[in-house]
Every structure is written in C-alpha cells, then in structure tokens.
Design a protein around this ligand. Sequence first.
Ligand SMILES: [Zn+2]
Length: 313
Amino acid sequence: MTGIARLKIFLGALASTLALMTFGVSAGTGETPSRIDLAIQVLLRVPSGKAEIEKALATWKIDRPEDLGQVIKSGGVSRTDAVLTRHYDPETGKESRDREVTIYINTAQSLTNVVLDLAHEMVHATSRPSFDPYDPNLTRAQYIHSAIDGVGGEVQAVAMECRVASELSKNYQIPLKRCQSYLESKSGSGQDVVVKTDLIRRDFYRVGQWNNELLQVLGSEASLLSDLSPESPHLYSSTGNAPYPVALLKEYEALTRIACENSRKRIVTQSSTLASSMTSGNGRAPASQSGSPSSSTDAQADSTSMFLQRRCH
Ligand SMILES: [Zn+2]
C-alpha cells in the first residue's frame, strides 16, 4: 500500500514581448516542425542557447534535441511546472519522492518570443529545486528569495534570456526591448556584451504600491528581501498579474495549503497503520532500534508533526 500526495509547484513564468522576426530556419522536407522545434533550432545557433539545450538533454537523459518535445509542451502562458509526488509506504514508514518537470511555452506569439521564453524556462526546468515545500522551517521570505535569487531562479532566467537575445542580435535583426536596459557593451571591446544581473534583480524587487502591505505581512522576515522597493514595478509575473514578490507570496500560501492538507492526511494514515499493527500484535511500537520499521515510521510522524506545527495554522 502506498500513499501518494502530489503537490504542483509553479516555477514562475514570464511573457516576453519581443516582436516578430525571421530566423530563416529550414523546415526540412519532412513534416512541418512545430514552433517549439523551430525555437530549439534557433537556440542551437548561439553559444548560450546551445549550452542550455545540452544541459536540458543531460538533465532529462534525452539523446537528440528534436526529442525535447517530451518535456516541452505548447500552452497558453509560458511557465515551468514541477509536480512533486511523495510516495509513503506505511509498512516501512519510508518516503520516496518523484519530481516531474514540464515546460509550457506560449506558441501563439512571434518566433523570437518563443525562443526567448524557451531560453528562460529551461533555466528554471534544468536546475535542482532550491527549496523543499515540506521543510518545516521554510518561510515566506525564503520562498520569495529563492524563487528570485536562487539557482535557476528568475534573475538567472532573465539573464539567460538576455544573453540569448544579445547573441542572436549579432546576426539577426531582433528588437531587444526589455533586455536593452540589462545589456552593456564591455568598455573598449565594442563587441562583447555583459548582462547586468544587478539591474535585473533590482527590477524584480520593485513592487510599487504593494511595498507597505508586503513589509507588514512579512514583518521581521522582510530583512531577507533587502532589495524590496516601492519604485514602480517593471516586471510582472504572468501567472499572478502582479510584481513577482507579491505573486510569489500568493504562490507560497497556495503551496502551503496543499502541503498542509497532504500532511494531515499523512498523519491519519500513520496513526491508523500504527493502531492496526498494534492490535494485530506485530509489535511495531514502541520503537527502540534505529532503522527498524517502527522507528522510521516514528521519524516520519515526527517530521510531519513538526511541519504541521510550524507551517500550518
Ligand atoms: Zn521565470
């Protein structure tokens, strides 16, 4: 018997707004390639895009770029979803976890936007999770901070998007739009361009009218988000229609609600397993030997109780 609790985590989404362009990508002689296939071909033409595709192939153990369609789907809003599934075996008290990642790309937009959205989302999708939703000590501010500043977070994703835009712009006429202000030519070289991640970070923390409310809700936790600023927002989350810290706070609350619900169900399963094993004389309690099924069940119950106590009110 295995208890399964699934928790869907949104890894953020950004809709970029670059205009239409033609990359002259060959459609070949076979069936018409999808816009996602075309975008992959475009990414392969620039160094940072190629490196990203190679990282994606290694992450998903896929041999050929054309097979990346297994994890990249067409969707209304570009985003990366991770579904965390916990399998709990009441017999042994052991828990195992699966994390399934899917990228959705809005393909009803110009090929430039599809390419840059893909470059952005692949950063989220190929990084290890920077937080554990079931961590009893995870706070709202930590969640917001890791989603923006963490490895595979929003700052790195926009930096990659702008690196790809900058490399493509050397050979193709593409409007740089929002990347324009994040790119700077290295002095003297005239060629090499650097991405100003500090400016990207600053923009992610501009929350305008939401600033006071956020500071109030976060209380002392807000010190972790020292870049929060009341300046008018520049970057909005397309899943939350609000500046990122605000959308992420809502996301944290939704995620915590589901994790709490799952943990309450887990406690019920653990109690009924313990009760039935005791009445059937299997002697699963008390636990005294480490590594025995009963001690592992107890450890699970303890960590679930701690989670409920600290995160679920
Ligand atoms: Zn993102």
